[in-house]
Design a protein around this ligand. Structure first.
Ligand code: SF4
Length: 164
């Protein structure tokens, strides 16, 4: 049996991005795909946001980080994304690792931009974690997780493959 790995659905070529596009990753599909059985999930589609959809970004608000519509700060997707993450746990039973799409307010594992709610002109801090990625970490504290960008690094890649 091949090893089951969860993955951001856009990385396997599913057309689930806000603009109907994808981010198919040749290395993941061509090489890792020989060894892994992927379980693709798109948290934003799973949260009912549809394709195409308006974009969102992370915003610091009252001491917490929220995922908010980029154009209309009154539209907050955080709770829907968190609820989806909770529900997705069942689909993820038996996975040995997860590959996340970097920089996404839902899927990003680290260094996601976080904007200031009060002042949009302040440059974002790069210290955020996507809402889905954060929930995934809480639900599966010991799960090996990597981002597709970091898998280009041979040392990080080897480390991930050893751990799954
Ligand atoms: Fe890809 Fe995640 Fe964005 Fe969906 S939410 S398009 S899986 S990065």
């Amino acid at each position: 049996d091949r090893i089951k790995i969860g993955i951001s659905a856009c990385l396997v070529g599913e057309q689930v991005r806000f603009d109907g596009g994808h981010k198919r990753d040749g290395y993941i599909m061509g090489t890792l795909g020989l060894y892994f059985d992927f379980v693709p999930l798109c948290p934003e589609v799973g949260a009912g946001l549809g394709v195409p959809r308006q974009t969102m970004h992370l915003v610091r608000k009252d001491g917490t980080v929220r995922a908010i519509n980029t154009k209309d700060a009154s539209i907050d997707h955080t709770d829907a994304l968190a609820a989806y993450t909770h529900a997705a746990v069942l689909q993820l039973q038996g996975i040995h690792g997860y590959i996340l799409k970097k920089n996404s307010p839902s899927c990003g594992m680290e260094r996601v931009k976080v904007y200031s709610l009060e002042n949009r002109n302040v440059p974002p801090e790069r210290d955020g974690i996507g809402i889905f990625a954060r929930g995934l970490r809480e639900q599966f504290p010991l799960l090996p997780i990597e981002e597709e960008g970091r898998l280009c690094d041979p040392v990080l890649r080897e480390n991930f493959i050893q751990r799954v």
